[in-house]
Write a protein that binds this ligand. Sequence first.
Ligand SMILES: NC(=O)C1=CN([C@@H]2O[C@H](COP(=O)(O)OP(=O)(O)OC[C@H]3O[C@@H](n4cnc5c(N)ncnc54)[C@H](OP(=O)(O)O)[C@@H]3O)[C@@H](O)[C@H]2O)C=CC1
Ligand SMILES: CC(C)(CO)C(=O)C(=O)O
Length: 359
Amino acid sequence: MRVAIAGAGGIGYSYAAFLANRGHSSVIWSPSNRRGEALAQGKPLVAHGALEGQFDVFVATDPKALLSGASVVILALPAYGHKQVIDRLLPHLKSGQSVIISAHLSFSALYFSRGLATRGLDCPIIAWNTTASTGRQTGPSEVSISLLRREVEMAVIPQSGMTAALDLCTELFGARFRPVETLLAIDLGNLNPTVHCGLALFNLTRMEKGETWVQQDYMTPAVCRFLEDLDRERRGIAAALGVECRSVHQSYAVPGKVEIGPLAEMMAEVVKIRQSVNGPKTLDTRYVTEDVPFGLTTMVRLADMTGVEVPLHKAAILLFSSLYGRDFTAENDILPEISNAFCALPSLAQATANGWPKL
Ligand SMILES: NC(=O)C1=CN([C@@H]2O[C@H](COP(=O)(O)OP(=O)(O)OC[C@H]3O[C@@H](n4cnc5c(N)ncnc54)[C@H](OP(=O)(O)O)[C@@H]3O)[C@@H](O)[C@H]2O)C=CC1
Ligand SMILES: CC(C)(CO)C(=O)C(=O)O
């Protein structure tokens, strides 16, 4: 299958390798055209780590070329680029092409759905709570893949498209997908904002000074206690919305290897079986610039709608805004665009199930 990948970073490269390894052909697009040049010149993409090999990848220089002939387009870039990239893709999409957002955050699927409705297009939008693999771009034509995930949660709008969406994801990336009922569960089930909030907040000066640090080593007992408290708030929102969502503990559990227990004890086992990942070496990291405005801020929006108290989420946004000298709540450019869906819980439930109403 021909797969278009919007985003040429750690995940874009890692998916191009993953898909090629499974016999699909992928075409990648760097929105600024700053990346992918070596691949466009014919160099193979070299993958190391959980997947090893050299793979051919096509490179598109604009969204029209990216989407031409593709059955599916995957958004593989941080949420702060979603609005811009969705706006650039929309004019070139055709009904029947599927969209996958990985990882989904801040209801960008609803923003996409609003754009499709305006154009009168029917494209299923599949949202994943995380990524099928984890990776870092290590060179112009190199990617280091630390993990192929065992399980990824997925939802689709409209919900009626689940069987076809599950078949598509499985054909592309193998049997690793767990359907959940609604997009709400996907948004609440993205654990990056929770985990990265603790990691970035308590290692901020390491990042600021450009130190090299293995992030798993800094999931210390104190940081883990903070993460457990933050996670309790997230699950409180989910419970108020009647949405099932896994705890941070469940997300790190590995049958027979990492049993559910206090998070700090689990992390001590996780480091033994997972390839280590370095934490950010700069303040300019998506752990903050994506996860605070698009992750924590969205949680607070849902908490306010449901009347759930989330003091740690609110405090974290304030702390990061002060530390960075900018107002992170104002940086989310998706929620203001889809505010109609957030006027009441029934309209949010309706939009997340069926998509944006066509005019
Ligand atoms: N990497 C990982 O292991 C994991 C990643 N994720 C999530 O997956 C998503 C992708 O992550 P990853 O690939 O690592 O991120 P990267 O930072 O490596 O993504 C870089 C890509 O995003 C594009 N981009 C950045 N800013 C903008 C913008 N403002 N407008 C348009 N495009 C932009 C870049 O464009 P250009 O090419 O023009 O520079 C580049 O193509 C994120 O949401 C992340 O949180 C989740 C779990 C694990
Ligand atoms: C490294 C990892 C898997 C955990 O922080 C990640 O989620 C990311 O890079 O966003």
